[in-house]
Design a protein around this ligand. Structure first.
Ligand code: IMP
Ligand code: MG
Length: 174
């Protein structure tokens, strides 16, 4: 059965925000080359859109990371099941995420990537659910702060579905 999906942030508003973030990033990193690191799968939709509005040279690389075991309980353990293809030592790196929820994934990834000695390491996320935060994460570029709702679209899934929706929706209880 299909879920009843309501629009939280429409497509036009999402696109406008991504353009603004792209412009800010281009300005902040002017004269540099930027390594965009995407956390699959959800982050890829935002990364592709964002990269279109970045005017400095960018390189993209991908990784797959997920929390172990019980998803409702933050164990703090994150497994990298696909690592980056390239070394990031000495590079300006921007991690591109779809959403920061507990912050568990990003807390682990920023620590892990910092050990590889990039020249700089920052974080961009399309969405932020601050009410659910369990780890202290510094977010450098943020699209929207949202309430504690389960959202889909723009890369975010419900049981692997709805990533392709061009807006941010939430599933209404039936
Ligand atoms: P964190 O480690 O708790 O910050 O979890 C982040 C990950 O949980 C995201 O990258 C998403 O894959 C998933 N997630 C968190 N909230 C949502 C949501 O509302 N919809 C879909 N996926 C979510
Ligand atoms: Mg994710």
């Amino acid at each position: 059965m299909g879920e009843n999906i309501k629009i939280l942030i429409d497509e036009e508003t999402v696109t406008k925000k991504i353009k603004e973030l792209g412009a800010r990033i281009s300005k902040d990193y002017a004269g540099k080359e930027l390594e965009l690191i995407c956390v699959l799968k959800g982050g890829v939709y935002f990364l592709v859109e964002l990269s279109k509005y970045i005017t400095i040279p960018v390189v993209v690389d991908f990784m797959v990371a997920s929390s172990y075991g019980d998803k409702t309980y933050s164990s703090g353990k994150v497994r990298i099941s696909k690592d980056l293809a390239e070394d990031i030592k000495g590079k300006d790196v921007l991690i591109v995420e779809d959403i920061i929820d507990s912050g568990n994934t990003l807390n682990y990834l920023t620590r892990e990537l910092a050990t590889r000695e990039p020249a700089s390491l920052k974080v961009a996320t399309l969405l932020d659910k601050p009410q659910r935060r369990e780890f202290d994460i510094k977010v450098d570029y943020e699209g929207f702060k949202i309430p504690d709702l389960f959202v889909v679209g723009c890369g975010l899934d419900y049981a692997q579905k709805y990533r392709n929706l061009p807006f941010i929706g939430y599933i209404e209880a039936q």
